[in-house]
Design a protein around this ligand. Structure first.
Ligand code: C5P
Length: 281
């Protein structure tokens, strides 16, 4: 039996994100298409006599607040037993960037523990456990591309028969999610994802690109005025923000176009960029 397991925890972007209302529990009713990209943290789990948690980035907390530890604790509660192991995170996904790094790490820990301890949990069971400690954690159990509703935990997978090249732009601003939701002005006339989903299902990249949408952009720019100055020039080039920010992205159908766009952004706006592909699990 292998005593060491490796899982890749992919980042996501929100290709489309609308907020339908505020709920009794204080959370918001979402309609969002999440899409995993090939930028990933590495998660290693090893059987041991005690529990230890290490992260190769000193700016990331390793206490009970870390979503990876919350995942382990939630699984321990669900199974009524302890899971002694050493978990090591290799961080590549920037934090506070709207890319879901912490949530993806947590889902990877659940998948990894399921394999390491041969628990035979189904995807649905892991999604349910993941939903206990986060809104976008459930999505990352299966990952790939999905329409997520409710708080984010109601997942409808979307089969894509193509991948995209995405240009990520990192403004280097750390955004906390809660204050962005609090600053949001709710709309009476939510956008429909119809055109966007149609573009996706017909592989029409120009339609997909022109119908990318994120309701949280406006609130994020009000809370972080420095972000507004950066997003303005990017919007006119077809970029939108991912999640509650601060990463902006655009997508193209081929690597050459993506690299050209990234180089132009780096040159004209002096911002850090990265070209990534859609993730393939
Ligand atoms: O669940 P998660 O920890 O990812 O959410 C972070 C914060 O984002 C929540 O505390 C809440 O303020 C806000 N949120 C929300 N509605 C959602 C998801 C998140 O209001 N559906």
């Amino acid at each position: 039996m292998s005593s060491v397991i490796h899982e890749r925890a992919y980042a996501k972007v929100n290709l489309w994100l609308e907020i339908l209302g505020r709920r009794q529990d204080g959370f918001h009713q979402l309609e969002t298409v999440m899409h995993e990209i090939d930028l990933a943290d590495d998660v290693q789990l090893e059987l041991a006599d005690d529990f230890q948690f290490h992260v190769d980035d000193a700016t990331v907390g390793t206490g009970e607040d870390n979503l990876a530890v919350k995942a382990l604790r939630a699984l321990e509660r669900a199974m009524g037993r302890k899971f002694c192991c050493h978990i090591t995170l290799g961080k590549r996904i920037p934090a506070g960037a709207g890319l879901g790094g912490g949530s993806s790490d947590a889902a990877a820990v659940l998948r990894g523990l399921n394999r390491l301890f041969k628990l035979d949990l189904s995807v649905l069971q892991m999604e349910e456990i993941a939903g206990e400690f986060g809104s976008d954690t459930s999505f990352f159990v299966r990952g790939q591309t999905a329409m997520c509703r409710g708080r984010g935990e109601l997942i409808e997978p979307i089969e894509l028969n193509r991948s995209f090249f995405l240009v990520l732009v990192f403004p280097g601003i750390h955004v906390a999610t809660g204050p962005i939701f609090q600053a949001l002005h709710l709309t009476d006339t939510p956008q429909s994802p119809y055109d966007f989903l149609n573009g996706l299902s017909t592989n029409d990249v120009p339609v997909v690109r022109s119908s990318l949408f994120n309701r949280l952009e406006e609130a994020a720019m009000r809370v972080h005025t420095d972000l507004a100055a950066i997003l303005g020039p990017l919007k006119s080039r077809g970029f939108i923000m991912s999640g509650s920010g601060s990463t902006m992205f655009s997508l193209t159908s081929n690597r050459r176009a993506a690299e050209k766009l990234a180089a132009a952004i780096a040159r004209d706006l002096d911002l850090k960029t990265q070209v990534v592909l859609s993730a393939v699990r």
